[in-house]
Ligand binder design. Structure first.
Ligand code: TRP
Length: 465
């Protein structure tokens, strides 16, 4: 029996969904705290270089691979390569499952903060107590359980509706709103005392802050933020038509993603500096800095603006969780021919359960909270999963993708696929650039960084000081 696969309705639909996948907690929650921890502007610069020089060509390749194969991430490598190459796809699917397991926990915090602002008393917490409040909130068992469970169910409800009605519609609606509220908040933040200090930290690079950790953190962040390295875009690419222009779509998605991350930094750092906070606060950064200004706006405005902000953050996260869930769903539907509905809810529940240790690792259960010790500090279970499957796993997935294209599928087939819907591609400067990045830069650089990261991060072997 041939099951008809879903499709995006047109280019805008695909772009909205792929941008929805890219823009998420990675931009608004992770990017600012990573930038804060890694020296500010210097990190921003390297992140931008990684995005343009590596992320963009890898994105084009993932989409092309998916569209050529017309199937899920595992199936794509399997079809254009063989079963052994299929393992790359399988590794990607595993990364996706593990990333979703902790991503959904953080999404639950955003959801909980939304509810606390609008219906609770988050805005009456003492101005100096937001850090402690966040610490207590993430350590609370029941709130986290309820909100992250609810978030996973919401994700499932959209994914089950399929490509066009679920994923595409949700993204088209929420993405533009997010842009608007970010810009409004930035204008407000600029008026605060000391805002310029934040801008300086964010935009004037201090090159002495750059070391190998800056580089692999920025690279990991670029992959995470663009949703690369695990087959999410192979999967989405399999739902588009041949006549569509992959290069243009990827450019819009990359631009949207970078803009939102950039704007998030432009909002957060003036706030952090005007509040006399440290930019190195870590994962709590936005959850501490933002509620404070909402508090200062007064009860009515605070509820309105703060409520809208966290609501949009939830939607941004939701269009990302749906893409993370779609990857293993597509695998089981395409390869095992299982019914979509059963697969969606079965997987959602399974991933929610795998996420429980991450959820409990924020203070609720000491064993998971002090799970490992490396990089000179205690790592929570959530950190460990994020380090393994996102910071290391995604660039590794990208490395294997480029090896696959260079040695097995070949760049001439890549070019052939990209030029469908983009007749000028073959022979263009962009083609040469993409091919060099994919066959040379990526395999060498990503391979090297993988080795260095594993040695330095997990085995504590210092190579570059
Ligand atoms: N890019 C999303 C964010 O920035 C997270 C995400 C969604 C993701 N799908 C992905 C990351 C696939 C890696 C791979 O929040």
């Amino acid at each position: 029996m041939v099951i008809k696969r879903g499709r995006f309705s047109n280019r805008l639909g695909f772009v909205a969904a792929a941008a929805g996948s890219a823009v998420g907690l990675g931009n608004i929650w992770k990017f600012p705290y990573e930038t804060g921890e890694n020296g500010g502007a210097a990190f921003l610069l390297i992140y931008l270089i990684c995005t343009i020089a590596i992320g963009f060509p890898v994105m084009i390749s993932e989409i092309a691979l998916g569209r050529k194969a017309q199937t899920d991430a595992y199936g794509a490598y399997n079809k254009l390569g063989n079963r052994k190459w299929g393992l790359i796809g399988a590794f990607g699917i595993l990364c996706g499952i593990m990333i979703l397991s902790f991503y959904n926990v953080v999404a639950g915090w955003a959801f909980g903060y939304f509810v606390q602002i609008v219906f609770g008393d988050l805005l009456s917490v003492g101005l100096d107590d937001y850090s402690a409040h966040f610490g207590a909130y993430v350590a609370d068992f029941w709130d986290n359980l309820i909100f992250s469970f609810a978030f996973m169910i919401l994700t499932g409800l959209i994914v089950v509706r399929g490509i066009k009605d679920g994923i595409e519609t949700a993204s088209k609606f929420f993405m533009p709103l997010l842009f608007l509220i970010l810009i409004g908040l930035i204008i407000y933040a600029m008026t605060l005392n000391n805002a310029m200090e934040g801008i300086k930290f964010y935009l004037l690079p201090d090159f002495s802050a750059i070391n190998i950790k800056t580089v692999y953190s920025a690279l990991g962040q670029a992959f995470f933020s663009l949703s690369l390295g695990m087959g999410a875009l192979i999967t989405y690419g399999s739902y588009i038509k041949k006549k569509e222009n992959i290069v243009k779509s990827a450019a819009v998605v990359t631009l949207a993603d970078v803009s939102v991350a950039f704007l998030a930094g432009l909002l957060i750092f003036p706030l952090v500096f005007s509040q006399g906070q440290q930019p190195t606060e870590g994962p709590g950064l936005v959850f501490v800095a933002l509620p404070k200004i909402f508090h200062e706006m007064g009860p009515f405005m605070g509820k309105f603006v703060g409520g809208s902000f966290f609501l949009l953050l939830c939607f941004a996260a939701l269009t990302s969780t749906i893409s993370l869930l779609e990857v293993p769903v597509a695998y089981l539907v395409d390869e095992k021919k299982l019914p979509r509905k059963r697969v969606v809810f079965g997987l959602a529940l399974f991933i929610f359960i795998i996420g429980l240790p991450s959820m409990l690792s924020q203070g609720a259960v000491p064993f998971f909270t002090n799970f490992m010790f490396y990089e000179g500090g205690n790592k929570t279970f959530l950190d460990v999963i994020s380090d393994m499957f996102s910071e290391v796993g995604l660039p590794l997935g990208g490395f294997m993708l480029t090896v696959f294209i260079g040695f097995k599928w070949k760049t001439k087939n890549l070019s052939l696929e990209i030029s469908k819907g983009n007749p000028g591609y073959e022979g263009s400067f962009l083609e040469k650039f993409v091919n060099i990045v994919i066959t040379t830069v990526c395999p060498l650089l990503l391979g090297l960084i993988f080795v260095v990261t594993v040695l330095q991060k997990f085995l504590n072997v210092q190579i570059f000081g």
